[in-house]
Design a protein around this ligand. Structure first.
Ligand code: GCO
Length: 400
């Protein structure tokens, strides 16, 4: 770690990846062959809004890629959509492959390092209709999709995330629904958790055969913090929801940590945010150090696999809180690195205000998107993070 220039700044290494992240379904628009599109349009759906055109990134990806590079960021994490690449089982769309190859090329032209996610929550309709992750051959089908996507990945993509938040994917099958309180993380279905681990491994077998690709998966870390005497309760609660998936990342090239808030565990399990604490548009406690907890848990449970923060951010309409939150989060990242943890990068969630799985209300973006014209407008936080990326120095004057 380079020494800190002044007490009011923290310095990051020059090779550190600085970026922002999105996911296909949340930004592309008209993802009509996906199970989420079906869910959004099923009569009586519990979702408040459908994704519709989203940010029209399917056509306008070049704008955000150019903007992120101009801001000073060096890395763009986005996902490619299985439902577009394989809209019917066994039919691989060359046009979709070409589309994603153009996105990778646009990143290279702009000087951005692309990180690609193969699966970010959405499935092709046909995959969902035949049982999704509950079928024993799902890992095989996912491996075949990984093979189909290789022409995109072999265009110079160094970082590949197989599955985004498998703990969320398995949780959605295990225990979910509108009645689950906001502070309770859904309990994954153990069978689905095991299937996802197999899918991740089969996909990595395909990827590790390609020189130059580093692969891993990205886990939702939840900073379970036991009250005194509640350590065992926290372990029992946290293991199937987080630790199981981090343990499965042992031996991977990297592990993605995604962190937003913490969950305090009392004698009766998870507790809602205390009365009066600041919460975000998601109803989550404003807690910037959460990412530090996630990094430390990942490092410990993987026996030292390099960490990349693949998502971290805040849903807020007040961009000054985004800067304050991110200052706190990056301070925690820096502290983990000072303590000897190998953290390779920080990718903010999200590059754009986008579709938050049922609603456009929470705004996570560094860049605002006009819902009528699709005009992209960087917020002050985007310029602020870009400046940190350019200089490798985090100013502490906006400390939370
Ligand atoms: C997730 C996803 C993102 C979300 C983000 C904010 O964690 O659910 O990876 O798609 O938009 O986390 O909730």
């Amino acid at each position: 770690m380079p020494p800190n220039p002044t007490p009011n700044q923290l310095r990051f290494p020059s090779h550190f990846l600085w970026g922002a992240a999105t996911a296909a379904h949340q930004t592309e628009g008209n993802n009509v062959n996906s199970d989420w599109w079906v869910r959004e349009h099923t009569p009586g759906t519990s979702l408040a809004e459908a994704s519709g055109d989203a940010c029209d990134s399917f056509h306008r990806y070049g704008e955000e890629i150019r903007l992120l590079a101009e801001l000073g960021l060096t890395t763009y994490r986005f996902s490619i959509e299985w439902a577009r690449i394989e809209p019917e089982q066994g039919f691989v769309s060359r046009a979709a492959i070409d589309h994603y190859r153009r996105m990778v090329a646009a990143c290279h032209e702009a000087g951005l390092t692309p990180m690609l996610t193969l699966h970010h929550f959405t499935n092709p309709r046909w995959f969902a209709a035949r049982g999704g992750w509950q079928t024993p051959d799902a890992p095989e089908l996912f491996a075949r999709y990984t093979e189909a996507a290789l022409p995109v990945l072999t265009d110079g993509v160094a970082w590949v995330c197989t599955i985004n938040e498998p703990n969320g994917v398995a949780g959605a099958v295990g225990q979910s629904g509108p009645n689950l309180p906001n502070h309770v993380y859904a309990l994954p279905d153990p069978q689905v958790s095991a299937t996802l681990v197999l899918a991740h491994r089969r996909s990595r077998e395909v990827l590790t055969a390609i020189p130059g690709i580093k692969s891993g998966w990205a886990i939702a870390t939840q900073a379970f913090q036991p009250e005194p005497g509640c350590e065992q309760i926290a372990h029992t609660y946290g293991h199937p929801r987080e630790d199981f998936f981090l343990e499965a990342a042992r031996g991977d090239d990297f592990v993605g940590v995604q962190a937003y808030t913490r969950t305090v565990i009392g004698p009766d399990g998870p507790k809602p945010p205390r009365e009066g604490v600041e919460t975000t548009q998601m109803g989550w406690e404003y807690y910037p150090p959460a990412v530090g907890d996630g990094i430390r848990n990942a490092w410990k449970l993987t026996d030292g696999v390099p960490v990349i923060v693949t998502e971290n951010g805040i849903a807020t309409a007040d961009d000054t809180r985004r800067i304050a939150y991110t200052t706190g989060a990056l301070t925690a990242v820096h502290q983990a690195m000072t303590d000897g943890i190998d953290v390779r990068g920080y990718l903010h969630w999200s590059a754009l205000d986008n579709y938050e799985w049922g609603t456009y209300h929470p705004t996570f973006g560094l860049i605002a998107v006009d819902r009528q014209t699709f005009t992209r407008t960087p917020k002050p936080s985007a310029h602020w993070l870009g400046q940190i990326a350019r200089t490798g120095r985090l100013p502490l004057d906006a400390a939370p």
